[in-house]
Design a protein around this ligand. Structure first.
Ligand code: PEP
Ligand code: MG
Length: 321
């Protein structure tokens, strides 16, 4: 079976009815681009940049990566992908991903609802600017998409875009080379999925983070074993938010991708295709199995079935889970 899948790695991911599907990789370190290319990924859909910042004490690095160190890391990922696009997500520390020493405070009851991701970045604008500058500089070496996690407020969008513009102007004024980037937002808070119009006014593409979207929609801590049986990717409310996001992006001709675990789970490939998704980002080890599902799928037949699943009280029954 593994060998049969391996033979699919250079085969384009196209459905039986001729729909091209983009299969992208989630990576945590620049070196992971090697595995991504090997598995036949056509780009990186999610580079979780926080891994450059985490666990540095264990690696006897006592300071956070400065602009040049970050730039080198992003550039290595970009060069590793050989001209294919790399989506770099700005730092998403806090909650389940504490930054050593700094944000690992456990004094709050709900770290997942606290100062994490873009909230943290906006509270540390000097650090955020360093990261933005490093990403813009790396974009001079190949196609880069800049992705912002955990946005929920129009004000946060405005502040973020202003800082990106500021970083661009600084580099320009200093004569430092930078590249163009596409701008994207993660949809992983239900509020965001309910105000897509606002997001699509400002962003070129959206990426659905189902891991957090499920957690926040169902009020289930994604790391808590005691409630893991209630952590349900096919809860009708979750599917509704995912479906609406895909549909609205398609209506407006904007890019949309899923980069949560759901995208790499073959149990959901047909459903997501039926909902109109044509871009999936996942751990490199899952790409070939998902590609096999894509090659066997007929989106013309899946679309009406996906609408039935969406209208069902118990979608998992229709999904055969
Ligand atoms: C998600 O929330 O689905 C996601 C992709 O981001 P992370 O798992 O890094 O929070
Ligand atoms: Mg997330």
């Amino acid at each position: 079976e593994r060998e049969r899948l391996w033979r699919l790695r250079h085969k384009p991911a196209v459905t039986l009815d001729g729909e091209a599907v983009e299969l992208l990789a989630n990576i945590e370190m620049p070196e992971d681009s090697t595995a991504a290319v090997k598995a036949g990924a056509v780009g990186v859909g999610l580079f979780r940049s926080e891994f450059l910042f985490m666990g540095r004490e264990a690696r006897s690095l006592t300071r956070l990566p400065d602009e040049d160190e970050q730039y080198e890391a992003y550039r290595r990922a970009v060069e590793g992908m050989r001209g294919m696009p790399v989506t770099i997500r700005t730092i998403d520390i806090g909650a389940d991903k504490p930054l050593d020493g700094k944000a690992s405070k456990q004094e709050y009851l709900n770290p997942a609802l606290g100062l994490r991701a873009i909230r943290w970045s906006l509270s540390e604008p000097a650090m955020f600017l360093v990261q933005l500058r490093a990403i813009l500089r790396a974009a001079a070496h190949g196609p880069v998409h800049l992705l912002i996690p955990m946005l929920a407020h129009a004000r946060e969008i405005r502040q973020t875009l202003a800082l990106i513009e500021h970083a661009r102007e600084e580099l320009r004024a200093q004569g430092v080379p930078q590249g163009e980037v596409k701008l994207g937002a993660m949809i992983e808070i239900p509020a965001a999925a309910m105000m897509l119009r606002v997001f699509l006014k400002h962003f070129d593409f959206l990426s659905i983070g189902t891991n957090d979207l499920i957690q926040y929609t169902l009020a289930i801590d994604r790391a808590d074993e005691a409630v893991s049986h209630l952590y349900d990717p096919c809860h009708p409310a979750v599917l509704r938010l995912v479906a609406d996001t895909i549909a609205e992006c398609r209506r407006q001709g904007k890019g949309v991708s899923v980069c949560g675990e759901m995208a790499g789970d073959v149990q959901f490939t047909r459903l997501l295709l039926g909902l109109g998704l044509r871009s999936f980002s996942m751990h490199p080890s899952q790409i070939l199995a998902v590609k096999q599902e894509v090659l066997r799928a007929d989106t013309g037949k899946l679309a009406p079935w996906a609408q039935q699943v969406l209208d069902s009280d118990e979608p998992s029954e229709l999904l055969g889970h």
